[in-house]
Design a protein around this ligand. Structure first.
Ligand SMILES: [Ca+2]
Length: 143
Protein backbone atom coordinates (compact mmCIF):
# COMPACT_ATOMS: atom_id res chain seq x y z
CA UNK A 1 0.00 0.00 0.00
CA UNK A 2 1.28 3.41 -0.93
CA UNK A 3 0.85 5.95 1.81
CA UNK A 4 1.00 9.56 0.59
CA UNK A 5 3.58 11.51 2.51
CA UNK A 6 4.27 15.22 2.75
CA UNK A 7 8.01 15.83 2.80
CA UNK A 8 9.62 18.85 4.43
CA UNK A 9 12.72 20.11 2.64
CA UNK A 10 15.49 21.11 5.04
CA UNK A 11 17.35 23.70 2.96
CA UNK A 12 17.14 25.59 -0.31
CA UNK A 13 19.62 27.36 -2.56
CA UNK A 14 19.04 29.40 -5.70
CA UNK A 15 21.03 30.77 -8.61
CA UNK A 16 20.19 34.32 -7.52
CA UNK A 17 18.06 36.43 -5.20
CA UNK A 18 16.57 39.76 -6.15
CA UNK A 19 18.79 42.44 -4.60
CA UNK A 20 17.04 44.34 -1.83
CA UNK A 21 15.55 47.58 -3.13
CA UNK A 22 15.42 50.78 -1.15
CA UNK A 23 11.70 50.51 -0.55
CA UNK A 24 11.49 46.73 -0.23
CA UNK A 25 12.87 45.25 2.96
CA UNK A 26 11.08 41.95 2.27
CA UNK A 27 13.24 38.86 2.60
CA UNK A 28 13.18 37.15 -0.83
CA UNK A 29 15.74 34.41 -0.23
CA UNK A 30 15.44 30.82 -1.47
CA UNK A 31 14.44 29.37 1.90
CA UNK A 32 11.12 31.21 1.59
CA UNK A 33 10.10 28.71 -1.10
CA UNK A 34 10.15 25.81 1.39
CA UNK A 35 9.08 27.39 4.68
CA UNK A 36 5.50 26.10 4.52
CA UNK A 37 3.95 29.56 4.10
CA UNK A 38 2.51 31.05 0.91
CA UNK A 39 2.88 34.51 2.45
CA UNK A 40 6.66 34.39 1.90
CA UNK A 41 8.43 34.01 -1.46
CA UNK A 42 11.69 33.56 -3.26
CA UNK A 43 12.37 36.07 -6.01
CA UNK A 44 15.26 35.64 -8.43
CA UNK A 45 17.18 38.42 -10.04
CA UNK A 46 16.36 39.25 -13.67
CA UNK A 47 17.70 36.97 -16.38
CA UNK A 48 17.01 33.50 -17.72
CA UNK A 49 17.56 30.78 -16.81
CA UNK A 50 17.45 30.67 -13.03
CA UNK A 51 17.27 27.68 -10.76
CA UNK A 52 16.28 26.72 -7.26
CA UNK A 53 17.41 23.53 -5.59
CA UNK A 54 16.43 22.02 -2.31
CA UNK A 55 17.60 19.27 -0.03
CA UNK A 56 15.15 16.85 1.56
CA UNK A 57 17.77 15.85 4.12
CA UNK A 58 17.46 12.13 3.34
CA UNK A 59 16.69 9.84 0.44
CA UNK A 60 12.99 9.49 -0.15
CA UNK A 61 10.63 8.42 -2.94
CA UNK A 62 8.83 11.46 -4.35
CA UNK A 63 6.29 11.77 -7.16
CA UNK A 64 4.57 15.13 -6.80
CA UNK A 65 5.29 18.82 -6.27
CA UNK A 66 2.77 21.56 -5.69
CA UNK A 67 4.27 24.85 -6.85
CA UNK A 68 2.68 28.12 -5.82
CA UNK A 69 4.06 30.84 -8.08
CA UNK A 70 4.28 34.52 -7.23
CA UNK A 71 3.61 37.36 -9.66
CA UNK A 72 6.21 36.17 -12.22
CA UNK A 73 6.07 32.50 -13.08
CA UNK A 74 8.03 30.29 -15.44
CA UNK A 75 6.11 29.26 -18.55
CA UNK A 76 8.91 26.87 -19.43
CA UNK A 77 10.75 24.91 -16.75
CA UNK A 78 12.04 21.49 -15.87
CA UNK A 79 12.51 19.42 -12.73
CA UNK A 80 15.43 17.14 -11.97
CA UNK A 81 16.18 14.85 -9.04
CA UNK A 82 19.47 13.68 -7.59
CA UNK A 83 20.72 11.40 -4.82
CA UNK A 84 24.03 13.25 -4.42
CA UNK A 85 23.46 16.81 -5.64
CA UNK A 86 25.74 16.46 -8.66
CA UNK A 87 24.30 13.75 -10.93
CA UNK A 88 20.82 14.77 -12.08
CA UNK A 89 17.94 12.93 -13.73
CA UNK A 90 15.14 14.81 -15.46
CA UNK A 91 11.64 13.81 -14.30
CA UNK A 92 9.44 16.59 -15.68
CA UNK A 93 9.44 19.44 -18.17
CA UNK A 94 6.83 21.80 -19.56
CA UNK A 95 6.62 24.69 -21.99
CA UNK A 96 3.09 25.61 -20.96
CA UNK A 97 3.34 26.53 -17.28
CA UNK A 98 0.24 28.43 -16.18
CA UNK A 99 1.45 30.03 -12.97
CA UNK A 100 -0.82 30.23 -9.96
CA UNK A 101 -0.76 26.91 -8.15
CA UNK A 102 0.47 24.01 -10.28
CA UNK A 103 0.42 20.35 -9.31
CA UNK A 104 3.23 18.49 -11.04
CA UNK A 105 3.39 14.69 -10.99
CA UNK A 106 6.14 12.42 -12.28
CA UNK A 107 7.25 8.80 -11.94
CA UNK A 108 8.07 7.86 -8.36
CA UNK A 109 11.75 8.71 -7.95
CA UNK A 110 14.09 8.01 -5.09
CA UNK A 111 15.92 11.25 -4.42
CA UNK A 112 17.41 13.58 -1.86
CA UNK A 113 17.81 16.77 -3.92
CA UNK A 114 15.28 18.40 -6.26
CA UNK A 115 16.14 21.17 -8.72
CA UNK A 116 13.83 23.38 -10.75
CA UNK A 117 15.41 25.08 -13.76
CA UNK A 118 13.30 28.04 -14.83
CA UNK A 119 13.86 28.72 -18.52
CA UNK A 120 11.31 31.26 -19.67
CA UNK A 121 9.85 34.03 -17.55
CA UNK A 122 6.25 35.03 -18.03
CA UNK A 123 6.56 38.29 -16.09
CA UNK A 124 8.60 41.47 -16.05
CA UNK A 125 10.31 40.74 -12.72
CA UNK A 126 12.55 37.89 -11.71
CA UNK A 127 10.96 34.49 -11.19
CA UNK A 128 8.90 34.27 -8.02
CA UNK A 129 7.90 31.15 -6.11
CA UNK A 130 5.85 31.41 -2.95
CA UNK A 131 6.00 27.75 -1.96
CA UNK A 132 7.02 24.33 -3.22
CA UNK A 133 5.44 21.39 -1.39
CA UNK A 134 6.92 17.93 -1.91
CA UNK A 135 4.98 14.68 -1.75
CA UNK A 136 6.09 11.08 -1.89
CA UNK A 137 5.14 7.57 -0.94
CA UNK A 138 5.93 6.14 2.41
CA UNK A 139 6.47 2.44 1.73
CA UNK A 140 9.40 3.08 -0.58
CA UNK A 141 11.42 4.79 2.13
CA UNK A 142 12.32 1.25 3.14
CA UNK A 143 14.13 0.15 0.02
CA1 LIG B 1 6.89 30.44 1.39
Amino acid sequence: MDIPLAVKAVSADASSVMPPGKEKAEDLSAKNAIDGKVSTQWASDLGEPQNIMFDLGREIAVDKLIITWGSSHASSYNIEVSLNGSLWTGVFSTESGRGGTETVTFPLSKTRYIKLTLLKNDGAEGFRIREISVYGKKKLILF
